[in-house]
Write a protein that binds this ligand. Structure first.
Ligand code: MLT
Length: 404
């Protein structure tokens, strides 16, 4: 007999973006002539910055010579990249993060999904709702969420974020152990100010709660009061893990690189009451299950921080944020309420006449050949919304908006 992980049987349907891809494929097969514009999954369309391409070529050449070739990369990431990250993403903002607290990986999706490996199954989890589905599905796979009861998980605490509360989640009203926060937010594109995020850090310090802070969209922040890192808030080193990604920042969705910060101040408790630092546990997990991000990719990531790299990345981000403005203006001109799109590449839109999200998705696909991401796919509170991504090509984005 082979026993499976029963938790997988609780998972509803397929992963959100696989389901969307399936529906688009079906439509495309039936209408091969249709020109479909994707404002769906947040996948980049602009080429990698030239500084990144140069670094890739150079590192590839190094791999061709016996003197400079590299084998296994250090599981935590090469020191050259961790030092560069610590310097540019943290010290330059007055934040004290040591390179030994940085773990380079193949992206924030893997890290936010894998981090649960070092946490006990009895932790009570809270998520904002709507939410990036990886946090939920991976906790369900680990057996922390109980059964799926139609549209909510039995043991998951939901923190609704809707237009009614300005997309600001309230602190949990029941005891929880771990809270996932993603800011700038995927999917709503909204943000928390420093003062609002401080409330979360203070709450976590008061109640001994771990904050999983996903900052994958940090590079899109335009407003001063929006924090780039949770460690800008005093005390966060004792309560927060932060996830970062080069995917959206520098077009690495196909190249794969991200990193996770696990401060040495963070500790958790065993069932028997013994305390252990999460930094060592994550190191243990990574060294066992991960063989490091490719050398050439880490050199490419390093190039993102060079003066030319920074300039080129900024141009690409400006290009996408221009798309966000085009989308937002377009939907607002139709009288639809739209959120986000200012510090984030996502525009979160109220469907017309409260149409259910999937119905609006189907309508846009079949009548307009435009793909969005149905809000309800991100959770119950996303019902009646649709998300548009600004990562498309400008002409396609303009065309989509004209078709709206
Ligand atoms: C999204 O569209 O939400 C993202 O592209 C998904 C991801 O980053 O995995």
């Amino acid at each position: 007999m082979i026993y499976l992980n029963d938790n997988y049987l609780e998972l509803p349907g397929s992963y959100l973006f696989s389901e969307i891809a399936k529906r688009v494929r079906t439509y495309r097969e039936a209408h091969p002539e249709a020109e479909i514009i994707s404002l769906g999954i947040g996948d980049v369309t602009q080429p990698l910055p030239p500084a990144v391409i140069d670094a890739l070529h150079k590192a590839t050449d190094e791999m061709a010579h016996i003197e400079t070739m590299r084998g296994y990369a250090p599981e935590q990431g090469y020191e050259f990249l961790r030092n560069t990250i610590a310097e540019h993403d943290f010290r330059a903002r007055g934040i004290d993060i040591d390179p030994s607290e940085i773990f380079v990986s193949d992206g924030a999706k893997s890290d936010t999904g894998n981090i649960g490996d070092i946490l006990g199954v009895n932790n009570k989890i809270a998520v904002t709702d709507p939410v990036y589905p990886v946090y939920v599905d991976t906790n369900a796979m680990a057996g922390r969420l109980g059964s799926f009861l139609g549209n909510v998980w039995e043991k998951l605490v939901y923190l609704p974020c809707t237009a009614e509360n300005n997309f600001i989640p309230e602190l949990p009203s029941e005891p929880v152990n771990v809270v996932y926060l993603c800011y700038p937010n995927n999917p709503t594109g909204t943000t928390l100010t420093k003062t609002q995020l401080k409330e979360w850090v203070d709450y976590a310090l008061r109640h001994n709660v771990l904050l999983m802070f996903d900052a994958a969209y940090e590079a899109f922040i335009a407003e001063d009061e929006v924090p780039h890192s949770i460690y800008e808030i005093e005390g966060a080193r004792q309560v927060a893990i932060e996830f970062r990604s080069f995917s959206k920042t520098a077009g690495f969705t196909g190249l794969r690189c991200g990193y996770t910060v696990v401060p040495k101040d963070l500790a958790a408790q065993s069932q028997k009451g013994a305390k252990a630092p999460l930094n060592s546990l994550w190191m243990r997990r990574q060294t066992t299950k991960f063989n490091g991000t490719a050398y050439i990719v880490q050199r490419a990531a390093e190039a993102v921080y060079s003066p030319e790299g920074k300039k080129q990345v900024r141009e690409i981000i400006n290009y996408y944020m221009d798309n966000a403005r085009i989308i937002k203006k377009g939907v607002e001109s139709l009288g639809l309420a739209a959120y986000g799109g200012v510090n984030s590449p996502y525009v979160w839109v109220k469907t017309p006449n409260n149409m259910p999200s999937w119905n609006f998705f189907d309508y846009l696909l079949t009548e307009k050949q435009i793909v969005g991401t149905p809000g309800s796919g991100f959770g119950k509170s996303g019902e009646g919304y649709i998300r548009f991504s600004a990562f498309g090509k400008k002409d396609a984005t303009q065309k989509a908006v004209a078709l709206f």
